[in-house]
Design a protein around this ligand. Structure first.
Ligand code: UDP
Ligand code: MG
Length: 315
């Protein structure tokens, strides 16, 4: 039977920890009873340099349920994406399949069973996708929606309305670990792994206790990091803009020349206005061109795996 590890990044989750632990233990117990996962499956809490008592609580839980609750303490706050990566990479050596979930129980733990079922059907990655965002505030909902749309526009492919609640098989996590980049946006990388995937759908709940660690400022930072770490489209857009401005300058040239021949211009205006437009366009085009090379360098230094073999038929 497969050993499941549920990975939970925690930053200042003191009010949530016991509640999460209880809920996740319940899920494990239930799945063990139904013989869907092995008895030594566990929850791995990753303490991301919390300033409150989160780690003490994790230790307490571990003392109470040594086989079911495990913990990793990071030596400082590294942020959600890295904390989750630390947890996944630690868990992969101790389990056959991982599920990542936030500590706040906003994601519905009852679909974990469905995820495991899909895993048993042979899926390597199962995304948890939010159906509606009824319980989120209007502000959070619209900003989050804008986030996905903007990402898509900028060429960063992600699964719509999917955050970091997902199942990954051991070999998917292993392949994920080969993406050694420091500009990390997990949601953008997982689809690149390429194994068979599926989704389960659920309604997102309200945060039970504690507060969101993703205020607008962090969301914008995450979006920017997502875009700049996945796509060089913004650079291409600059090149495009440069070309458009050069075209516009040609139009402006025609207009200026016509005005000039009609004699209703101040001396010097024509040459001045033409230079401004043309040079501006040429500059943008050149910046874009240099940017293209920087974009290539950027993608090269990431040293991403170039392929991932799913199966080999031999003998
Ligand atoms: N988190 C973390 N490190 C951080 C910020 C957040 O590990 O620096 C964790 C946090 O404890 C939670 C998850 O990341 O388990 C998602 O954060 P949150 O629920 O606050 O984000 P939201 O759901 O509001 O987008
Ligand atoms: Mg949350």
């Amino acid at each position: 039977m497969d050993k499941l590890a549920i990975v939970v990044p925690c930053y200042n989750e003191e009010p949530m920890l016991k509640l999460s632990s209880e809920a996740l233990r319940g899920v494990l117990d239930d799945l063990i009873k139904k013989q869907k996962i092995s008895e030594d499956s566990f929850v791995l809490f990753v303490n991301d340099g919390s300033k409150d008592k989160t780690w003490d609580l994790i230790e307490e839980e571990h003392a109470l349920y040594p086989s079911m609750i495990k913990g990793v303490k990071l030596a400082g706050n590294v942020g959600h994406q890295f904390a989750l990566t630390a947890g996944l990479l630690t868990a992969k050596d101790m389990s056959d399949v991982t599920i990542s979930i936030d500590a706040d129980l906003q994601d519905d733990v009852s679909v974990i069973e469905e995820m495991i079922d899909k895993f048993h059907e042979g899926k390597d990655i199962v995304y948890g996708v939010r159906k509606k965002r009824k319980t989120d505030t209007f502000f959070k909902r619209t900003t989050a929606q804008a986030f996905y749309k903007f990402m898509k526009l900028m060429g960063a492919k992600t699964v719509y309305n999917h955050a970091d609640f997902r199942l990954m098989s051991k070999r998917a996590v292993e392949q994920y670990s080969k993406y050694e980049e420091s500009n990390l946006f997990i949601r953008g990388i997982v689809p690149l792994i390429g194994y068979e995937t599926d989704s389960v759908y659920y309604d997102r709940k309200e945060r039970v206790a504690g507060e969101s660690k993703y205020p607008l400022k962090k969301m914008i930072a995450l979006a920017f990091n997502g875009i700049s770490s996945l796509s060089v489209k913004p650079i291409t857009m600059i090149t495009g803009l440069g070309m458009i401005i050069i075209l516009l300058s040609i139009c402006a040239a025609i207009y200026a020349l016509v005005s000039y021949t009609n004699g209703n211009t101040v001396p010097g205006w024509t040459s001045l206005i033409l230079s401004i437009w043309f040079i501006g366009g040429v500059q943008l085009l050149c910046i874009g061109l240099i940017g293209q090379y920087i974009g290539k360098i950027y993608l090269e230094v990431k040293h991403r795996p170039r392929y991932n073999i799913e199966k080999i038929l031999s003998d």
